[in-house]
Design a protein around this ligand. Structure first.
Ligand code: PLP
Length: 279
């Protein structure tokens, strides 16, 4: 089964999908992206992802080349062509090709790229045992709500993760937990799920919103506020949410054991209700 590439309106073999060196995505990271996964061949929460793509593009004054209906058509076609049991769909819009100048012109034609690749979900045993995380300073810019292709701080954080042989980096800004390098972070304190508020400090995760809704329908209270790094260590439970990680327990942070070192009861409940939602 092929990895599918789509560039400026045409499906092409991945090896033939080429972009100019003058593309502003390459020159400046001047672009936005989305990652969507499929469950049983069906893109999950496509509307919410496309809505966030619209918001990201608008925040950068970037022309959104396709309507949501057109994007949906291209995505479904890509998924059909790739025919993977589970696929990861990557969408990217950059401001397009122009002679290098920081300021942009209003008539730039965006470059639009999509790839559809096989997705390998996390091993069930990892879900069952939970994962280890580390904290690192959140050195990102002041608009983390924009899903921009400028990911240098996340790249450096994920490299630290790789070197430390843990699963995720939890980012800390002035002593407060913002989110993970590729996920949102939630903690459980006295039966309440607490997570950083929407705003410029975090990416408003599609999974985050679903999990907060699921918590409410499960009768679990939620609060959207920042928690400190020390509150993170002493939380009853910590978990990550995200398109690729779903709901994933964190059992150790910086070597400190969270709770009793096993996925906690609220994390397990939310993981189970998320699994039945996607199923
Ligand atoms: N936060 C960051 C920095 C991310 O990169 C991601 C996912 O890529 C998330 C949160 C989770 O967002 P979502 O649930 O929409 O995948």
């Amino acid at each position: 089964m092929p990895n599918v590439a789509f560039i400026n309106g045409a499906f092409v073999p991945l090896a033939d999908a080429k972009v100019s060196i003058e593309d502003r995505g390459f020159q400046f990271g001047d672009g936005v992206y989305e990652v969507i996964r499929t469950y049983k061949g069906c893109p999950f929460s496509i509307e919410a992802h496309l809505a966030r793509l619209d918001r990201s593009a608008a925040a950068l004054d970037l022309t959104q080349p396709y309507s949501r209906a057109e994007w949906t058509g291209h995505i479904l076609e890509g998924v059909k062509r790739a025919a993977y049991p589970e696929a990861k769909i990557y969408l990217q819009i950059t401001r397009g090709v122009a002679p290098r100048d920081h300021a942009y012109s209003d008539d730039a034609t965006p470059t639009v790229v999509m790839t559809v690749r096989e997705f390998h979900p996390l091993d069930r045993s990892v879900q069952a045992t939970g994962v280890e995380a580390m904290t690192t300073e959140d050195i990102r810019w002041g608009r983390c709500d924009i899903k921009s292709v400028n990911l240098l701080a996340n790249v450096l954080a994920r490299q630290q993760v790789k070197q430390a042989r843990v699963f995720e980096a939890i980012l800390v800004n002035s002593g407060l937990v913002t989110e993970g390098a590729v996920s949102n972070v939630m903690v459980v304190q006295g039966g309440t799920v607490v997570t950083a508020p929407e705003g410029p400090r975090i990416l408003s995760g599609v999974t985050r919103a679903i999990v907060l809704d699921l918590a409410l329908s499960e009768g679990v209270s939620t609060q959207e506020r920042f928690v400190s790094q020390s509150d993170l260590y002493t939380a009853d439970e910590v978990f990550l949410t995200g398109t690729t990680v779903e709901v994933l327990a964190v059992i150790r942070v910086d070597g400190k054991v969270i709770g009793d070192g096993r996925p906690g009861p609220i994390t397990q409940r939310l993981a189970a209700s998320f699994a039945s939602r996607v199923g």
